[in-house]
Design a binder for this molecule. Structure first.
Ligand SMILES: [Zn+2]
Length: 235
């Protein structure tokens, strides 16, 4: 009988590993997804900074054009001021307009200076971000590679163990296998347990001395009174 139970125990070991492998395989896809998600998010953040720099440059070109236009207008007015026989009133009015243009130009130039200093800050942020992104791409890349290799090897191991399970299953006697399957369905694959001291290794219920003797003899299947697991001696 001991040999019969040993065969069942071997099947149980395979099942425990199969369960573990399946659990591990479930963990990997979310890990990959998370890495990819983080990487994409950081790429987008970086792109937003680069776009913002482009916007700064575009805005500056527009401001420069505006200044050019205002300077032209101011020059025209200045030429009108130089016109012959210009009256004092008209001269003053033109001077006022020219002053207005100059004031606007001054404001636009301030905006340009502000934009340049902002862009300098942006530049250092972008170059730091670029380094970080590059490092993250490398690190995530190798991490994803490592995970994919793990998935591959676990899947191979799982396929092997499932094949071995089919073989092992046929070696176990029919009633024992039926009991195992029934128990497994309700409580999981820990059907055969070792005695720990004088207690059941599954539910830790005390085992009576005469039952302990039976277990050590190994002539028959001994079930735990508490949890109905099959009890075996560890030696
Ligand atoms: Zn028990």
């Amino acid at each position: 009988m001991k040999e019969e139970i040993n065969k069942l125990q071997a099947l149980q070991e395979i099942d425990l590993e199969i369960i573990q492998l399946k659990e591990q395989l479930l963990l990997y896809p979310p890990m990959l997804k998370q890495l990819e998600h983080n990487l994409n998010r950081h790429r987008e953040e970086h792109k937003a900074l680069v776009d913002s720099k482009k916007n700064h440059q575009k805005t500056r070109r527009e401001l420069e054009k505006e200044i050019e236009f205002l300077e032209e207008q101011a020059n025209k007015k200045a030429q009108q001021q130089m016109g012959p026989k210009i009256k004092q009133d008209a001269y003053d009015a033109l001077k006022h307009e020219i002053d207005q243009f100059k004031k606007q130009i001054g404001e636009l130039e301030d905006k340009i200076l502000k934009s340049i200093s902002e862009e300098e800050q942006l530049d250092s942020t972008i170059s730091l971000g670029e380094q970080n992104l590059k490092r993250e791409e490398e690190e995530s890349g190798s991490e994803m590679q490592r995970i994919r290799e793990q998935i591959k090897s676990k899947k191979e191991r799982l396929a092997l163990r499932e094949m071995e399970r089919e073989e092992q299953k046929n070696k176990v006697s029919q009633p024992l296998l039926a009991y195992y399957n029934r128990f497994y369905k309700s409580y999981g694959p820990n059907v055969v347990v070792f005695v720990e001291g004088d207690s059941c290794g599954g539910c830790h219920m005390r085992i009576l001395p005469q039952v302990m003797v039976e277990i050590h003899k190994g002539d028959q299947i001994v079930y735990c009174e508490g949890c109905r697991r099959i009890l075996v001696s560890p030696d």
